[in-house]
Design a protein around this ligand. Sequence first.
Ligand code: KIV
Ligand code: ZN
Length: 515
Amino acid sequence: MTAKDKLYIFDTTLRDGEQSPGASMTRDEKIRIAKMLEKMRVDIIEAGFAIASKGDFESIQAIAKAVKDSTICSLARAVPGDIERAAEAIKPANSGRIHTFIATSPIHMQYKLKMQPPQVLEQAVSAVKLARNHTDDVEFSLEDASRSEFDFMCKIIESVIDAGARTINLPDTVGYGEPEEYGAMFGRLINAIPNADKAIFSTHCHNDLGLAVANSLAAVMHGARQVECTINGLGERAGNAALEEIVMAVRTRQDMMPVETDLDATHIVPTSRLVSSITGFAVQPNKAIVGANAFAHESGIHQDGVLKHRETYEIMRAEDVGWNTNKLVLGKHSGRAAVKARFEALGITFDNPEALSAAFERFKDLADKKHEIFDEDLQALVSDVKPQSVPETYQLGDLEVVCKTGQQPTATLSLTIDGKEHTCSATGSGPVDATYKAIESAAQSHTTLKLYSVNAITQGTDSQGDVTVRLEKDGQIVNGVGADTDIVVASAKAYLHALNLLAAPERSHPQREGI
Ligand code: KIV
Ligand code: ZN
């Protein structure tokens, strides 16, 4: 067997994933996810875009302090202000990276940047040199590489490597690439550029044509040794290449792959659930690796084969990616230490004993209503806790709903808005509709409801309902989440969570603004 190269896993859930409309995460939520990524042995965590907002900057800084084993990276446009801000944000990291980028395709240079290629080249080289004053670990991305001209890419890549870039990323920014063409682009560039051996080539694919993972793997076949990806494929539009699919394809097809990763795949499912519960982006049941049905063999022929010899129909083992880790069940007699340990195994830690006590109280309340508490219940228990960085402008008090066959349901509730108490009541076509109308009679939020979804978190009729509410106001989109054994209460919590997110300061999106 020939020695395999290492494939570096660069996770951008907290940066490109967060650019997905409605996927904004708070600092505390980002820290939780970053710690899970570290546990999974992700090599590089792109923690945010430092110049985007004060919140992004503080999140990167906090992650740089909290995470020790993974490299912490900030994105920066190829301009001095961005690079200085990124450098400041990653300063506390054991190992920090600045990732700077500029667009190189004719269409982006002409219409977005309004710059000539020589100017773009000059700006790229200056940016990399400036970043190298702060760290040895500098990555340079040619935004929209898959639509860029080959000779110009050769020139700019050779120059930025000479200027000190150690990773060269060739994004398929708009998801236009096709595996053979995109993979071959890597091979041709690596062969043509004289100093290509001084850098690691990286892939970064968007999923607009459903080809992000295929394109990433094709690039690996042609020499890429870093893959940029996100948990659950989270990301703008159709999302980014899914980390779990890349990692398991590399592992399962070792007969084909020239690389291996250091990842501990047993943390994949818990991390997927964490990201889904924090962002409110549900994972579709048939999603590869992390979907609820990914390992469910329903057909009689399959079941028979699996029982006789597992490998007849199974190419991976569910437990290898972290399924079935929720066998340990907690209940009303479980003590604080057991509950704390289970929270920690799920990547949920508490900053102080009071926060743990509050979570333990919520656990006890739930255990009174529900016999067995699973991992999914614990994750839901903390998903709608508003961290300090999201002020609780709206707070739910009592909620009463009266439903009777043949009559319109009526909801009556007390609500605190900015410290002022309101009592409101409304009727609606169903109990949730009545509750939302009652909330709106006091909140007058002028938002548009884009999505309402409710899922059972676990099996059984005593399951908690997990509600996601997507609201839009003046172009800003947020996802509120709420969980409770009573789905009307869960719905109210999710709605108020969304209103609280809308009331929090908004972040800008410098990647769209160009330079
Ligand atoms: O898709 C893209 O081009 C990006 C770059 C900033 C790396 O996200
Ligand atoms: Zn991207």
